[in-house]
Design a protein around this ligand. Structure first.
Ligand SMILES: Nc1ncnc2c1ncn2[C@@H]1O[C@H](COP(=O)(O)OP(=O)(O)O)[C@@H](O)[C@H]1O
Ligand SMILES: [Mg+2]
Length: 193
C-alpha cells in the first residue's frame, strides 16, 4: 500500500503529514512501515534521525530514479514524502500510488496549485486533501471545505493549527495530531478498496 503525500506547493504540511501518517500506521499495527523521503531537503528523514520511531524504516530517495526504485521495492505500508515544485518527480511518484494525500491550507491562493497537483494523478487513483494548520471555526476554513466539496474533491482530514504538531523533531508526536491523522489514514485505506 503506497500512500503518496504530495503538493506542488511548499510549506503546506507534507513532511508533517508524512511523519504523522507513518506513526498512525504503526499504531494501527502495520509492520513494516516505510517512510520514503523523496525530497532532497530531507526534512522528514532528518526529523526521524533526531527523534527515531521504532518500527518506521526511513529511506532517503532524493531523485526521481531513486524514489521510483524505493517505492517499487518497499514492502508493507509505505508513505512517501515528496518535494515541492517538481512536476516530474510528483508525476513519477503519484503514478505508483494506491492513494494520494494532498496537504493544503485554507485560503484562496492554495486552490490553483492543488488543482495542478491533482491533474498529475491518474484518474482512477483515490485522492483527498488534508487541510493543515486549520483555524477551527473560521470563515476561511468553512470556505475551503465548501470549495473542495464543490470541486468534488474529498476532504480526508482537517488538522488544527497546534504548536504541538508544529514542534517537529524537538518533541514527541502530539496525541491530538496522531488522532487526527489516524482519520486521514483510515480514509486513504478505505478509498483504496
Ligand atoms: N497542524 C499544524 N499546526 C501548526 N503548524 C503546522 C501544522 N502542520 C504543519 N505545520 C507547520 O507548517 C510548516 C510547514 O510544514 P511542513 O510539514 O514542513 O510542510 P512541507 O513539507 O509541505 O514544506 C512547518 O513549520 C510545520 O511545523
Ligand atoms: Mg517537506
Amino acid at each position: 500500500m503506497n500512500i503518496i503525500v504530495t503538493s506542488l506547493k511548499g510549506g503546506v504540511g507534507k513532511s508533517t503529514t508524512s511523519i504523522y501518517l507513518s506513526a498512525a500506521a504503526l499504531e494501527r499495527g502495520y509492520d513494516p512501515v516505510t517512510l520514503i523521503d523523496a525530497d532532497p531537503q530531507a526534512s522528514s528523514a532528518e526529523w526521524l534521525e533526531i527523534w527515531p520511531i521504532e518500527g518506521i524504516n526511513v529511506v532517503e530517495a532524493p531523485s526521481e530514479r531513486t524514489a521510483t526504485r524505493a517505492i517499487s521495492r518497499a514492502e508493507g505500508l509505505v508513505v512517501v514524502d515528496t518535494p515541492p515544485g517538481n512536476e516530474r518527480a510528483t508525476q513519477a511518484a503519484v503514478a505508483l500510488a494506491d492513494a494520494v494525500v494532498i496537504p493544503t491550507r485554507a485560503g484562496g491562493v492554495e486552490y490553483s496549485r492543488v488543482s495542478a497537483t491533482i491533474e498529475l494523478i491518474p484518474s482512477a487513483t483515490p485522492r483527498g486533501v488534508v487541510i493543515c494548520a486549520a483555524r477551527l471555526g473560521t470563515n476561511d476554513l468553512e470556505a475551503a471545505i465548501d470549495w473542495w466539496k464543490h470541486q468534488k474533491v474529498q476532504v480526508w482530514g482537517i488538522i488544527p493549527e497546534r504548536v504541538g504538531i508544529a514542534s517537529g523533531p524537538e518533541a514527541r508526536l502530539s496525541r491530538e495530531g496522531l488522532s487526527n491523522y489516524d482519520t486521514v489514514l483510515g480514509r486513504a485505506l478505505r478509498a483504496k478498496q
